[in-house]
Design a protein around this ligand. Structure first.
Ligand SMILES: Cc1cc2nc3c(=O)[nH]c(=O)nc-3n(C[C@H](O)[C@H](O)[C@H](O)COP(=O)(O)OP(=O)(O)OC[C@H]3O[C@@H](n4cnc5c(N)ncnc54)[C@H](O)[C@@H]3O)c2cc1C
Length: 385
């Protein structure tokens, strides 16, 4: 199969893909069952991801990162997700928080946090979603009040990836009064030991069990002035500047899960006999497998387009939304079909498609639900008239 995302040898993507695939199969795979059971990003996995440069893939070389673009990041995320989507999720939030810091952070923030992130000494998280809702991103209710020498943050966040393990969390909060909700939000770097920060716990999630998705509260949490990230009241726009990376990265994770499940289904169907004939010789089975391949490749082309546009410096929120929308729905579809094609054993944890099926459900929700992404694509169509 020609893989358009990795077809360009000149930028080293194929070599990177092979390297990450080898790391995932050799260094991550043996620890996945333990990590999922313990719901922890266990140390050998965290170390392997750091050593392979996964946490700093897109971070600047000047701060110990690899300085790669979105196409490379997508290749990394797909390869990690083929083996264990949770590893790609950990790399997502570290790269995303690192990119926010490298684009908008002060020199001091960058010096303090970027090398630690890139080398795996620190894990980051980004907290926007709150108990009252996450889809209306500008409607958040956490408040940042200016006080002498700093800010006091009060509010609650939930469903935050890495909340359990992140050394610091980039928190969105309302920093000014005003009629325009988009222009009154700021971002702050909050450390776990800041007074008033309280980690609530990890959610009992269906999948991604070691991703540390959790909640926390901020009770007049005092942070000094130099923890403001970027400009005051520009937080919403700073977050939106990352939207291509977040969504293309998720699309790539979805490709990895779907490819893994299609390969597992084909392997199973090739060897499984029914009434003496291989299941793979059954027309209905072939049509099912064909649908899976066509849908994965369609999602791949959308993902490649968005990654290329973003890497060329073109804003492409619409294309990124399309890629993430299609790839996440394809991942849910393909993992479900693969589970079904395994027959009864597909419903057990003895086959790996069962875990992919559970993990896949997260990705039509996080980084913009399918409904919200459809709004973005639909509105763009009318705006273009
Ligand atoms: C595994 C996982 C990890 C996550 N990690 C993070 C993280 O690291 N940081 C973070 O900030 N958040 C994170 N989230 C939260 C995620 O971004 C939100 O769950 C998501 O934005 C939806 O918000 P909500 O759950 O409050 O649902 P709601 O916003 O309450 O939406 C409920 C339902 O209504 C639909 N809906 C909402 N508005 C509309 C509309 N206008 N039109 C049509 N339908 C609509 C939604 O699509 C959804 O189906 C994570 C979520 C999950 C599941």
């Amino acid at each position: 199969v020609t893989n358009p995302v990795v077809g360009d040898e000149t930028n080293g993507i194929e070599a990177l893909r092979q390297q990450i695939r080898a790391v995932a199969e050799r260094d991550l795979a043996p620890f996945i069952d333990q990590a999922d059971a313990e719901r922890e990003l266990v140390t050998p996995i965290r170390k392997a991801l750091a050593d392979a440069g996964c946490f700093g893939r897109t971070l600047p070389r000047t701060h110990a990162g690899s300085g790669d673009g979105l196409a490379q990041f997508a290749a990394q995320q797909e390869e990690l997700a083929r083996v264990w989507p949770t590893a790609a999720v950990a790399a997502t939030w570290t790269n995303l928080s690192g990119l926010l810091l490298s684009r908008f952070g002060s020199p001091t923030q960058q010096k303090e946090l970027l090398p630690a992130l890139a080398t795996g000494r620190a894990l980051g998280a980004i907290a926007w979603t709150e108990p009252h809702g996450g889809s209306a991103a500008a409607a958040l209710q956490t408040v940042a009040t200016k006080v002498d020498g700093g800010w006091e943050l009060s509010g609650a966040k939930r469903l935050i990836d890495n909340a359990k393990n992140a050394d610091f969390i980039i928190v969105g909060a309302r920093s000014s009064d005003g009629d325009n909700p988009h222009k009154t939000l700021s971002m702050f770097v909050v450390y776990r030991d800041d007074p008033g920060f309280e980690f609530g716990g990890a959610h009992d999630t269906l999948g991604l069990r070691a991703a540390g998705v959790g909640w926390f509260t901020l009770d007049r949490c005092l942070v000094p002035d130099d923890r403001l990230l970027g400009e005051r009241d520009a937080g919403f726009y700073q977050m939106m500047a990352m939207v291509e990376m977040g969504r293309v990265g998720v699309a790539a994770i979805c490709l990895g899960m779907a490819e893994a499940c299609l390969a597992a289904a084909v392997g199973f169907l090739s060897s499984r006999l029914s009434a003496g004939r291989p299941l793979a010789s059954n027309d209905v089975v072939l049509a099912n497998v064909a649908d899976m391949r066509v849908r994965i490749d369609a999602a791949r082309l959308l993902t490649e387009r968005a990654a290329k546009l973003a890497d060329s410096g073109t804003r492409c929120a619409r294309e990124a939304a399309m890629a993430k929308l299609v790839a996440s729905e394809v991942a849910c579809d393909v993992t479900a079909r693969a589970l079904h094609l395994h027959g009864g054993m597909g419903y057990t944890s003895e086959v790996k498609v069962e875990r992919f099926f559970r993990d896949a459900q997260a990705f039509t929700i996080g980084e913009g639900t399918s409904e919200v992404l459809r709004l973005i694509v639909g509105r763009a169509e009318f705006a273009a008239q």
